[in-house]
Design a protein around this ligand. Structure first.
Ligand code: SF4
Length: 725
């Protein structure tokens, strides 16, 4: 790689929240066409030296053919053309000033990403509130963790993804895993399930007999295969049985939990046969699972873990579903007990840190509420601004995006680390909003589908070209390290935000050095829920294992961090957890005669999120190069489909064309489509943008769809395969 000196570096994978540890080194036999670095797995608690195919091939990202290395501006003919940084930043600053003068700061908005480092996420939140002075900032983590976060905050008074180290899962006697195909999306997790499989204690809840559900085969546990959108019903059924058969940990409930009687009354409505009628899960199997979980709970001297993923969280009833999973965990006496508990499996690389430090519409650094006067005063003092100058809470992502280009709405949007037009449900509507903006600015390192719609594209550093910190799914703060300098012409987002702040009259306060930004973040988080004030680059680089909260030390003794939460009390005002009353609501877009099949969505092993990165890695694109619609042979026969047949899937919002893939592993009332592709195969053209009213999480996981087969040109599928990658 001409002009780029390479340095061996111990760092972490650029993709998911597993944050597998890897070493990057220059290859011995470098070729111009090959990746500039060799990846090897490092021993680390999450991956133990292993990586998935995405991780092994991640160095290819550093030499993708269409890497952005110069700013782009849209000219009068509508073409994106090369520009200088001065022209690009000048246009952004002028537009901010003009829109602010004409419409006020609330016509400006920022959209971040769960893959950004803490330092970038923190700087972005500060930039929105201090420089743009807009309340409108949110991020794509809204589509990832928000339902689990809201439910955890209600029940425990705190949300940290896993509130225990991953090693606890290894030792558990039972694991109930709902809505997550980890064997494909996070394969290194499978080794942590070896112990529970050997004990016959794994329970997987998924409408597909997925690679993860198959881990339950041969006596390793149970697979429950409910109708999409009925996970809450299954959980209520399990809770019903615990109460009805006196299987709860009554001493734990009396000592540590409020709201038990109300939850008992709600669960009483879901006897096993009624659960079977709604969800399709056999009553007898439900009884087996409830009794197995109870037998392996702490009251019998054993341990169990309940885990949720996006499959149960990305619903209009995502928060109640997670709340019911937590009710179940509390009834079993799990949270705060050794090798036991409840936790969501975080998806994006820094899905946790992104919300902890200021990208979320209602939060300031340290997981503080932006509506809390004391929190505003503390953060304002660190930022050197009056508390009253800080805007109030903004809007969750889908509401923010609905204001794009609307009368009196948002006129300019800055996007960082997010490929919205592939990731957002009902994406045709989003495209209309983006087109109506005065200015769309996208910072990315590749021309993603969203960048290609922008008026200004800013080329930024990626992963192995930068220093920073992330927080993994278990609340562990980790270091991202630079292995090579960015290509000439590329800048870090910290530098971009600094330069824009200066142009907009804020000459100080936006450092460009990640270590300095982290030190400021640590001060801003001091005393907050997510207190990082005792963490530092020095401690992390010395190899300390720091789980948040890690407050400042006392009398020269550094705080060791907090691997396990809730061991003595919960983070609620009275120290007790809360059971929450929940009830089932069918999917917002449910089956009907003209849409008789459930459309469900998810991921495949080779691709990550919108695919903007993984579609550019040859080995991954060659393995799975286009979207597909997985259907049961019964459903295929009903609609005249065969393996490889193009089919059109249509909802009231939009349609897509994908090839049929036959599988007996899926329920016969569903079609599964992975969401990594743009173009005609982009499933989020059809998914629902109805949101959970508490979390703002859209119902990405289920809607009703019609299937049309026959008369579809083969080119229609090819278009989807090639787009954007
Ligand atoms: Fe690990 Fe996730 Fe990267 Fe795969 S994508 S190597 S599971 S961090």
């Amino acid at each position: 790689m001409p002009g780029r000196s390479l340095t061996p570096a111990d760092t972490h994978c650029p993709y998911c929240a597993w944050q597998c540890a890897m070493r990057l080194e220059p290859p011995e036999d470098a070729t111009p066409a090959g990746p500039p670095l060799v990846v090897t797995g490092r021993d680390f608690p999450t991956n133990r030296g292993g990586l998935c195919q995405k991780g092994w091939t991640s160095a290819s990202l550093l030499s993708v053919a269409d890497r952005l290395t110069t700013p782009l501006l849209r000219n009068v003919r509508g073409e994106l053309v090369r520009a200088t940084w001065d022209d690009a930043l000048g246009l952004i600053a002028q537009t901010v000033q003009r829109i602010t003068a004409e419409s006020g700061p609330e016509a400006l908005a920022v959209f971040g990403g769960g893959g950004l480092t803490h330092e970038k996420a923190y700087a972005l939140g500060k930039f929105a509130r201090v420089v743009l002075r807009t309340p409108y900032i949110d991020y794509n983590g809204r589509f990832c963790m928000s339902s689990a976060a809201a439910a955890s905050n209600r029940a425990f008074g705190l949300d940290r993804g896993l509130p225990f180290p991953l090693a606890d899962v290894d030792a558990a006697d039972a694991v109930l895993l709902l809505g997550s195909n980890v064997a494909e999306t996070m394969p290194p997790l499978v080794q942590h399930l070896a112990g529970v499989r050997a004990k016959g204690g794994l329970v997987v809840v998924d409408p597909r007999h997925s690679a993860t559900a198959q881990l339950c085969d041969d006596g390793a546990g149970f697979h429950l295969q409910p109708v999409p959108g009925t996970d809450l019903v299954v959980l209520q059924g399990l809770l019903h049985l615990l109460f009805a058969e006196n299987l709860c940990d009554d001493a734990y409930l009396a000592e540590r939990v409020d709201g038990v009687e109300e939850a008992r009354s709600a669960a009483a409505l879901w006897w096993p046969e009624r659960v079977e009628a709604v969800s399709g899960v056999p009553a007898g199997r439900l009884r087996q699972v409830a009794r197995m979980l109870a037998a392996r709970s702490p009251r019998n001297g054993r341990s169990a873990v309940v885990l949720t993923g996006r499959g149960v969280e990305q619903h209009a009833q995502g928060v109640p579903t997670v709340a019911t999973a937590i009710n179940l965990a509390l009834a079993l006496g799990l949270p705060g007990r050794p090798h036991s508990g409840y936790g969501p499996i975080t998806g994006q690389g820094n899905g946790q840190g992104g919300r902890e430090h200021g990208q979320k519409a209602d939060q300031l650094p340290g997981y503080r509420s932006i509506a809390d006067p004391a929190a505003r005063a503390h953060v304002a003092s660190v930022w050197g601004v009056p508390p009253e100058s800080l805007p109030g809470p903004g809007l969750p992502a889908m509401q923010l995006l609905a204001r794009l280009g609307a009368p009196g709405g948002i006129r300019m949007l800055m996007v960082h680390g997010s490929n919205l037009v592939v990731s957002v449900p009902n994406s045709d509507e989003l495209r209309r909003g983006l087109a109506a903006l005065d200015l769309l600015v996208v910072s990315d390192f590749v021309p993603s589908e969203t960048a290609l719609l922008a008026d200004v594209v800013l080329p930024v550093t990626q992963w192995a070209e930068e220093e920073g910190t992330m927080t993994s799914l278990e609340g562990r703060i980790i270091r991202r390290r630079q292995a090579l300098p960015p290509p000439p012409g590329v800048r870090s987002e910290l530098r971009i935000l600094h330069d824009l702040a200066v142009r907009l009259g804020v000459p100080t306060g936006f450092d460009t050095e990640p270590a300095a930004v982290f030190a400021e973040l640590a001060r801003a988080s001091a005393g907050g829920v997510a207190d990082y004030s005792g963490a530092s680059y020095a401690r992390l680089d010395a190899g300390e294992e720091l789980f948040w909260p890690v407050p400042a030390g006392v009398d020269g003794h550094p705080h060791p961090g907090t691997p396990r939460l809730f061991t003595r009390r919960f983070a609620t005002p009275n120290g007790r957890a809360r059971m929450v009353v929940t009830d089932h609501v069918p999917p917002s877009d449910d089956l009907r005669p003209d849409a008789p099949v459930y459309l469900i969505t998810g991921r495949v092993l080779q691709h990550y999120q919108s695919g903007a990165q993984t579609r550019r890695v040859r080995a991954l694109a060659d393995a799975v190069g286009e979207a597909f619609g997985e259907v049961h042979p019964y459903l295929a026969a009903r609609f005249g489909l065969e393996e490889g047949t193009p089919m059109r899937l249509r909802t009231s919002r939009g349609e897509l064309v994908v090839r049929c893939r036959l599988s007996p592993a899926i329920r016969p009332d569903c079609v599964f489509v992975p969401f990594h592709w743009a173009g005609t195969g982009s499933v989020n053209q059809a998914t629902s943008d109805v949101c959970d009213p508490v979390s703002g999480m859209p119902e990405l996981k289920v809607c009703a769809v019609s299937i049309v087969a026959g008369g579809i040109a083969d080119d229609a599928v090819r278009e989807g395969a090639m787009s954007g990658g």
